[in-house]
Design a protein around this ligand. Structure first.
Ligand SMILES: Cc1cc2nc3c(=O)[nH]c(=O)nc-3n(C[C@H](O)[C@H](O)[C@H](O)COP(=O)(O)O)c2cc1C
Length: 180
């Protein structure tokens, strides 16, 4: 099956450190690998409503349906996430919450997630490993729940836009992140 990567930007600013690091990693992908870049902020997903018990889920709204389709056709999902308050940025977390809706549409979303590869590109501004671990574990456990493979984290240290270019270790890791 041809590989197709879906990059899910979630920073509250465009062109920031995390996107720069993810684009550096993506540049190492062979040309035959498809790339789809989406900003989870724009268009944003609607608020998630829990309708699991005694209610029903309507078909997703257009922005959510577009993201659902993009997710279904991807072999690889790349969460591009700055560390925000020791967790994933809200748009990335909201996207995960919507999986709970999409799983209940009867369209095979959950079965389709099994076997996909999930990656995390993250930057932070000086948190300790134990402060970063909860964000990574959120994605690792979510992937496991869906029987998807969590492939690992590309971590960079930066704060102001552009500072990631000074993290030589992160840039070197980016060059081999998807291809090692
Ligand atoms: C709302 C918010 C919360 C943040 N929380 C943390 C944090 O918990 N730990 C940390 O090391 N950096 C934190 N940061 C700093 C960002 O992770 C850092 O600036 C990162 O490089 C931003 O990535 P970007 O340029 O892709 O947006 C926070 C930044 C913002 C705006």
């Amino acid at each position: 099956m041809p590989r197709h990567f879906l990059f899910l930007l979630s920073s509250a600013r465009r062109g920031g450190n995390t996107e720069t690091l993810a684009r550096r990693a993506a540049a190492a992908l062979p040309a035959r690998v498809g790339q789809d870049w989406r900003d989870l902020n724009s268009p944003g997903l609607p608020a998630f409503r829990d309708r699991r018990h005694g209610d029903h889920y309507d078909p997703p709204e257009p922005a959510a349906q577009a993201l659902l389709t993009a997710t279904e056709v991807a072999t690889d999902l790349v969460f591009v996430c700055p560390l925000y308050w020791y967790g994933l940025p809200a748009p990335a977390k909201l996207y995960l919450d919507h999986w709970s809706h999409w799983m209940r549409l009867g369209t095979g979303f959950r079965e389709g997630m099994a076997g996909k590869r999930i990656w995390l590109v993250m930057t932070h501004s000086g948190s300790r490993p134990e402060e970063i671990a909860p964000a990574v574990d959120c994605l690792r456990h979510s992937a496991s729940y869906m029987k998807a493979a969590f492939m690992g984290t590309l971590l960079g240290f930066a704060n102001a836009p552009g500072e990631i270019l000074a993290d030589a270790a992160a840039l070197a890791a980016a060059d081999r992140f998807f291809t090692a």
